[in-house]
Design a binder for this molecule. Structure first.
Ligand code: NAD
Ligand code: GDD
Length: 328
């Protein structure tokens, strides 16, 4: 069995990835500050540890052939725009120590999870945004804090490959959603937040939507995300690669899709004082099609159905108490 480390294995993507890799016959060690919140881990071994510390990174990567590095202080736009100092510092410590430990322990492949937040802000000022291709990331103007650390780490991976021969992979995720993703407490992203608000809203009620709702995004379903991670790790491609869908949708339309899944009539109250991030964002998938011969294909209408049902069931079971901003 090939030994693999998944950092951030207590989180949304990491937990799904652990299940996927175990299903494929890998021996998986998970590492995280916390265990997965919503169901037990499938990992063969789970280290509960603080990966900001170099020793913990050394222990976690010892004996591993591959590292999927997903651990980060992370959340939706409300969270990542809330504390630039803490997020930047935490993620810098986690990622730099993890990459160095992977190099010291001579792992064969190290995958870093970057983000669409590396793309220049000035290219994302219109809802009708030109899809972002990998080559436009430089000259850089990433999102403050969180995006800055991601683009710095992309470069560090490149340098470690060039100077030390560490074989790296870099994935730029576009907004990922699905069952078992955070839906309350302040770190939730738009798909889960909107599903939660719709689920809590009575028929003909009103929910709060951040911004005017005309801002656009593309959203990737979790099954596509783990499949893409695995395919990229198997490939020989070492430069940053988008992993997202190119199905762009406005936030207003996202709310309408969630309402349709719920079978409810729902009105929107827009709050432009809330965090909104970039005005428009979409993935250009030409390169991933060329490199992997594959791209994420789950449509938002398809992926939001199981996501909504899971969040609805969570709320019906009395969980989901952390509601800074529920339905109105
Ligand atoms: P998540 O918050 O669910 O998971 C991240 C995990 O990292 C959490 O379980 C957290 O406890 C852990 N972590 C944080 N600090 C730690 C520390 N000091 N030591 C050990 N573990 C620590 O987030 P996710 O959605 O699963 O994201 C996974 C990765 O993908 C992150 O690197 C994130 O930046 C990146 N990403 C995600 C998205 C998305 O839409 N989900 C988009 C772009 C990039
Ligand atoms: N979170 C949230 N909650 N967003 C809402 C809500 C709500 O109730 N209502 C409307 N929105 C709007 C936000 O104002 C924003 O314009 C859009 O939905 C998307 O918000 P998020 O999903 O929170 O974040 P993002 O797409 O700006 O950035 C996320 O994706 C990046 C990768 O593409 C973040 O998770 C980043 O950390 C990530 O790197």
């Amino acid at each position: 069995m090939i030994p693999v480390l998944v950092t951030g294995a207590g989180g949304f993507i990491g937990h799904h990835l652990v299940k996927y890799l175990v299903g494929r016959g890998y021996w998986v060690r998970g590492a995280d500050l916390k265990l997965p919140e919503y169901e037990p881990t499938a990992a063969h071994e789970f280290l509960q540890c603080d990966l900001r510390l170099h020793d913990a990174c050394q222990r976690a990567s010892q004996g591993m052939e591959q590292v999927y590095h997903l651990a980060a202080d992370m959340g939706g736009i409300g969270f990542i725009s809330g504390s630039h100092a803490e997020i930047t510092l935490n993620n810098t410590l986690i990622s730099a120590h993890m990459a160095k430990a992977a190099a010291d322990n001579r792992v064969k492949r190290f995958l870093f999870s970057s983000s669409a937040c590396v793309y220049p802000m000035h290219l994302q000022t219109s809802p009708d945004v030109t899809p972002l291709s990998e080559d436009v990331a430089w000259p850089a103007q990433p999102e403050e804090g969180y995006g800055l650390e991601k683009i710095y780490m992309e470069k560090l991976c490149q340098y470690m490959t060039e100077d030390w021969g560490l074989s790296t992979r870099v994935v730029r995720f576009h907004n990922v959603y699905g069952p078992l993703g955070t839906y309350d407490g302040g770190r939730e992203k738009a798909p889960a937040a909107i599903c939660r608000k719709v689920a809590l809203c009575p028929e003909n009620g009103t929910i709060e939507v951040w911004g005017d709702g005309l801002q656009t995004r593309s959203f990737m379903y979790i099954d596509d995300c783990v499949e893409g991670l695995y395919r990229l790790m198997q490939s020989d491609y070492t430069a940053p690669l988008n992993l997202g869908t190119d199905e762009m949708i406005s936030i207003n339309d996202l709310v309408d899709v969630a309402a349709a899944v719920a079978g409810k009539r729902i009105a929107k109250r827009h709050d432009v004082s809330k965090p909104q991030g970039v005005r428009g964002r979409n993935s250009d998938n030409a390169l991933i099609r060329q490199v992997l011969g594959w791209e994420p294909a789950t449509l938002i209408r398809t992926g939001l159905e199981p996501t909504y049902r899971w969040i609805e069931a969570e709320l019906a079971a009395g969980r989901g108490g952390r509601l800074p901003d529920a339905a109105e």
